[in-house]
Design a protein around this ligand. Structure first.
Ligand SMILES: [Zn+2]
Length: 289
């Protein structure tokens, strides 16, 4: 879309004019963008190498007028249907982090959740014995998708167990307690706490020391995820990212330690040092444009 409102200056910006802002102003304003109609999270993309002009995108409210005008027609069926959405109530969700294999950040091809005995990414998913009856295995991809799409899931008591490897548990508990949206991070509850955290990416940067910063918006507590330099390249490869800007508008789910900057007075920063503890994904749905 061509226009977005910046909540920090309360101004409606046209994309090509926004693109001309000097770097620091652009960086701070791009973390405060919203749809002019529905007020939902919006982000800015510079003119791309592929020749797309500078533009804004937003995850619109389902009733938003701008969404109707710009609704994309492709790939609508790729996410949010069939098995992908099924969560059997009462069953514990198992996630095996050592089997995470990343995937395209862009939604391009139809993918299926792993099924028992079926190959995905060269790895075999095997459920054994008692688990077969009582548990359901998810990937981070399915967890993130479910979080983005379903308020009920975010707030649910569904038990989830994240395994580091075959028998070592990284984190376990009800979804509502151990998976926290950026906008629900508080200093009291989350400072120096290892959890799963998730939210949208409005700006991306790489610091001189090689760390990748994924920044959300002020509406999301200005939370940032830092991907450590020693795994930065692996992270980019896992999600087939050759231009950091391809991460704009994606959602991130990450396990890491949350630390408020400035000795506790600043914004929350989630530190990620393990490539299979992070998952990023864009969703093309009827509400995106
Ligand atoms: Zn909108």
């Amino acid at each position: 879309m061509q226009y977005a409102i910046c909540k920090s200056d309360n101004e409606v910006w046209e994309a090509s004019r926004f693109a001309q802002l000097e770097t620091s102003a652009l960086e701070s304003k791009r973390r405060n963008l919203a749809c002019t109609e529905c007020g939902e999270f919006a982000w800015f993309r510079k003119e791309s190498r592929h020749g797309h002009p500078a533009h804004f995108c937003a995850h619109h409210d389902p009733d938003c007028e701008l969404k109707i005008n710009y609704a994309s027609t492709d790939d609508l069926a790729n996410e949010g249907t069939g098995l992908e959405d099924e969560v059997s109530s009462g069953k514990t969700i198992i996630v095996r982090l050592d089997q995470e294999t990343g995937g395209d950040v862009e939604v391009t091809t139809k993918q299926h959740p792993p099924r028992e005995g079926r190959e995905e990414g060269g790895k075999r998913f095997v459920l054994r014995g008692r688990e077969r009856q009582s548990n359901q295995q998810f990937t981070l991809r399915r967890i993130l998708h479910r979080l983005v799409k379903s308020y009920e899931f975010r707030e649910s008591d569904t038990q989830v167990v994240f395994y580091k490897n075959n028998d070592e548990i990284m984190l376990s508990g009800p979804v509502k307690d151990i998976v926290t949206s950026f906008d629900e991070i508080t200093r009291e509850k989350h400072h120096d706490k290892t959890n799963f955290y998730w939210g949208p990416i409005a700006s991306v940067g790489k610091t001189a020391d090689g760390k990748i910063w994924l920044n959300s918006t002020e509406d999301y507590n200005s939370a940032s995820v830092v991907v450590f330099d020693d795994i930065a390249n692996i992270f980019l490869q896992l999600f087939n990212i050759d231009d950091l800007d391809d991460l704009l508008g994606a959602w991130v789910l990450v396990a890491g330690n949350c630390w408020f900057s400035g000795g506790g007075s600043g914004k929350p920063i989630i530190w990620c040092g393990t490539p299979n503890y992070i998952f990023v994904r864009k969703y093309r749905d009827p509400n995106l444009q």
